[in-house]
Write a new protein. Structure first.
Length: 265
């Protein structure tokens, strides 16, 4: 019924109890999830999860905030993207939130890393999973410079303005909402979620972070993505079932996964 389009099941707090996480997902009717890679060092763990569980898929990429990680080359990303059940490039993008005294000019390494991921997406035909924090102008600018009609993507865990949402939609991107839309102080973001067309929405947990209300402050899990769906349903005046169906079909449109109804029971 539900799909978590972005979670970090390779992180120790979830990987160490993966059987319980999967059981909780099943109980919550969360049928599928995309396990996101944040470093090349982590890729084997994330990929193994996808190989071992038929309702999980993997991405390959290096998060913009991972300064100490192995720097990805185009060849490294393309090679790993050819492994079974890898359906996305990322997460990638820009994060200027923690400049720690540096200027934006000194963040060119992040911008170049982002460009490498976009080129990998263009080479492979896989969609981008895009992270942007305090850097939306450069994120959009680089996408326009490097991308073309063949590069699809999703702005994950969206927290930006209405203007950024419109620009992302104009680029053909999907927008994914997390548990943040359930937070009391997220009124402006809820207006963005109300605005984004239902056929361009995804839902996610970004677990183990950002657990939605009523679980805020706890370790997040894909089993909590229905709370995100419920908030989106209320904003759009839709039933929970309609949101589950729409976001699941959008997931299938963006990522090269097997449709739920086509998978063996």
């Amino acid at each position: 019924m539900f799909v978590d389009s972005h979670c970090h099941l390779g992180f120790p707090e979830l990987r160490s109890r993966i059987d319980a996480v999967l059981a909780d997902m099943a109980a919550a009717k969360v049928d599928r999830a995309l396990c996101i890679c944040t470093t090349l060092e982590e890729f084997e763990t994330v990929h193994t999860l996808a190989l071992e569980h038929p309702n999980l898929w993997a991405s390959v990429g290096v998060h913009p905030d991972e300064e100490g990680a192995t720097e990805p080359t185009l060849e490294a990303l393309v090679e790993r993207s050819r492994a079974g059940r890898v359906v996305a490039i990322g997460e990638t993008g820009l994060d200027y939130y923690r400049l720690e005294g540096r200027s934006l000019a000194q963040m060119e390494w992040q911008r170049e890393r982002f460009r490498v991921h976009i080129r990998a997406a263009r080479r492979t035909g896989l969609p981008l999973v895009i992270h942007t924090r305090s850097g939306s102008a450069d994120t959009l600018g680089i996408l326009r410079e490097e991308g073309d009609a063949s590069v699809a993507g999703v702005f994950h865990c969206f927290t930006e303005t209405m203007a950024v949402a419109r620009a992302a939609l104009d680029l053909g991107c999907f927008i994914s909402f997390s548990g943040i839309i359930t937070f009391r102080n997220a009124g402006e973001l809820r207006e963005v979620a109300r605005y984004v067309p239902i056929d361009r929405c995804l839902i996610e947990t970004d677990s183990p972070y950002l657990a939605p209300v009523p679980h805020r402050g706890k370790t997040n899990s894909p089993a909590y993505v229905p709370f995100v769906a419920q908030q989106l349903a209320e904003l759009k005046g839709e039933t929970l079932e309609a949101i589950a169906h729409a976001t699941s079909r959008n997931f299938e449109r963006l990522f090269p996964v097997v449709p739920d109804e086509a998978r063996p029971a």
